[in-house]
Design a protein around this ligand. Structure first.
Ligand code: FDA
Length: 395
C-alpha cells in the first residue's frame, strides 16, 4: 500500500493546480485519473488554443446557488496570478476579445506548464487509474484502485462535471458526495447550443453557418455577441451564454439589430429612400441571406411593397419582431456538446476557504464538480485554477 499526505482524484485543471499548490507546501501528493492522458478538456478547449482566463474575471461571471461562495478563492488566486505563471513559462498568448486570453500556439502549452510545475514540487500524476472503492479510516481515506491500494490523510475530488462523456467526464464526484451524505444540486448542461422544433428548423433551412450580432435575453440576463444558425438549432456565444440561464419551457428574446432603434431607423429610411424594400434595409445590417429569409417568413405581406407604402403600425410591428424576437427552444444539445455542467455538489456542504466538506473532515471538492459555473470566456478555467490553488494552500 502506498501512502500520501494528499490524493487528488482528477488530473484536470483544478486537480493539477491543487497538486502544484499543495506540493509547493511540502505535501506528498499524487493525482489519479482514469483517462489515458491528463487535462483532456484543457487540450480541446478554445478550439485547441485554451481560453485559459479572462482579464475581467469577477464573481458576477459565475452562477451558483450561493453567489458569494466563489469570492474567496477568486481573490486568493486571480487571473493575474495565472497570467504570471503563463509568462514565467514563456508561453505566448493574446487577448482575442472581451478580455479572453488564448495561447498563441497550442493548449498543450498549458498542460505542459502544469505538469512541469507538478514535477518541480514533486507532485506525482498518474493516468489509467480507476478508483474502485473509497473507504474512510480513522485517519484519512483508503482507496482501492486499478493501480493498487492508496492511503491518504486528505482526499480531494476534482473530477469535474458531466459534459463531454467521451472525454472521460463522469458523475463520480457527485456519487462520492452522495456516499458521504452531502447534498448535490440537480445538474444540467450549460454553455450549450439550443435545439429547435422541426417546424422552426424547416423555416431556417439553408441558414446553417449564418451568424448575426444579437442581444439574447432570458430570465433577467442578457448577452450581446453573435448567434449562429446550425443544423440542429442555434449556437454562437450569445446563445451559449444564455443557455446557462434558460430552463425548459422558457422563451428567449433575441434582438437581431442591437445597435439601432429599428422603428426610428425605418422611419428615416422611409423618408430618405421611399422606394426601398424592407429586406434591403435589413440586409444592410444582417447578411442578405438572413434578411431575405426573415422578410419571407415574417413580413411576407409587405415584402413587395416599398417602404413608402408601409404604415407606422407596420413599421412598428417589423421593428418589434426583429428586436424582440421570441423564440422557444425545444431543448439543448445536452452534455454531448456542453462546455460545462450547472449544479453539482452544493456549496453549502463545503467551506469556501478550504473546500473541505463540512460534514467529512479530510474530504475536499474543487473545480466544476461544485455548484459554481462560469460564463463563457475563460472563467471556468479561472474557477478551476482558483479553487485548486486555494484548496492546495489548506491541505
Ligand atoms: P476537468 O473536467 O478539467 O477534469 C476532471 C478530470 O477528472 C478529468 O481529467 C477526468 O478524466 C477525471 N475523472 C473524471 N471522472 C473520473 C473518475 N471516475 N476517476 C478518475 N478520474 C476521473 N473553460 C474555459 O475557461 N475556457 C475554455 O476555452 C473552455 N473550453 C471548453 C471547451 C470544451 C469543449 C469543454 C467541454 C469545456 C471547456 N471549458 C472551457 C470548460 C472547462 O474545460 C472546465 O470548466 C474545466 O476543465 C473544469 O476543470 P475541472 O478540473 O474541474 O474538471
Amino acid at each position: 500500500m502506498q501512502k500520501r499526505d494528499v490524493i487528488i482524484i482528477g488530473a484536470g485543471a483544478a486537480g493539477l493546480m491543487c497538486a502544484i499548490s499543495a506540493g509547493g507546501r511540502g505535501k506528498s501528493v499524487t493525482v489519479l485519473d482514469h483517462a489515458n492522458k491528463v487535462g483532456k478538456k484543457i487540450l480541446m478547449s478554445g478550439g485547441g488554443r485554451c481560453n485559459f482566463t479572462n482579464y475581467y474575471t469577477e464573481p458576477t461571471n459565475f452562477l451558483s446557488e450561493n453567489e458569494h461562495f466563489c469570492k474567496s478563492a477568486l481573490s486568493r488566486f486571480t487571473q493575474w496570478d495565472f497570467i504570471g505563471m503563463v509568462e514565467k513559462h514563456g508561453i505566448p498568448y493574446h487577448e482575442k476579445k472581451l478580455g479572453q486570453l488564448f495561447c498563441d500556439n497550442k493548449a498543450k502549452d498549458i498542460v505542459n506548464m502544469l505538469l512541469d510545475e507538478c514535477a518541480a514540487v514533486g507532485s506525482e500524476v498518474r493516468t489509467h487509474c480507476s478508483i474502485e472503492k473509497i473507504q474512510r479510516q480513522d485517519e484519512g481515506f483508503l482507496l482501492t484502485t486499478t493501480q493498487g491500494k492508496w492511503a491518504c490523510s486528505k482526499l480531494v475530488i476534482a473530477t469535474g462535471g458531466l459534459s463531454i462523456p467521451t472525454m472521460g467526464a463522469t458523475g463520480f464526484g457527485y456519487d462520492i458526495a452522495k456516499q458521504y451524505g452531502l447534498e448535490t444540486l440537480p445538474t444540467t448542461a450549460g454553455l450549450v447550443p439550443f435545439t429547435l422544433s422541426p417546424n422552426l428548423l424547416e423555416q431556417f433551412e439553408g441558414l446553417s453557418g449564418t451568424s448575426a450580432e444579437a442581444i439574447v435575453s432570458c430570465n433577467g440576463m442578457q448577452f450581446s455577441e453573435n448567434i449562429l444558425f446550425t443544423h440542429r438549432g442555434l449556437s454562437g456565444p450569445s446563445i451559449l451564454q444564455i443557455s446557462s440561464y434558460w430552463r425548459p419551457g422558457d422563451s428567449v428574446e433575441i434582438n437581431l439589430l442591437p445597435n439601432v432603434d429599428l422603428y426610428e431607423h425605418l422611419k428615416h429610411q422611409q423618408k430618405d429612400r421611399p422606394k426601398a424594400h424592407i429586406n434591403t434595409v435589413l440586409a444592410e445590417t444582417l447578411t442578405k441571406k438572413l434578411a431575405d429569409r426573415l422578410t419571407e417568413l415574417w413580413f411576407a405581406d409587405h415584402k413587395e411593397k416599398p417602404l413608402a407604402e408601409l404604415s407606422n403600425d407596420v413599421l412598428q410591428a417589423i421593428a418589434k419582431q426583429c428586436q424582440s424576437w421570441q423564440l422557444k427552444p425545444t431543448g439543448t444539445e445536452g452534455y454531448r456538446t456542453a462546455e460545462v455542467t450547472l449544479g453539482g455538489v452544493s456549496t453549502n456542504e463545503v467551506s469556501s476557504k478550504t473546500f473541505e466538506a463540512k460534514k467529512v473532515s479530510g474530504l475536499y471538492f474543487i473545480g466544476e464538480v461544485l455548484d459554481v459555473t462560469g460564463h463563457l470566456g475563460g472563467f471556468n478555467f479561472q474557477w478551476a485554477w482558483a479553487s485548486g490553488y486555494a484548496c492546495g494552500q489548506e491541505l
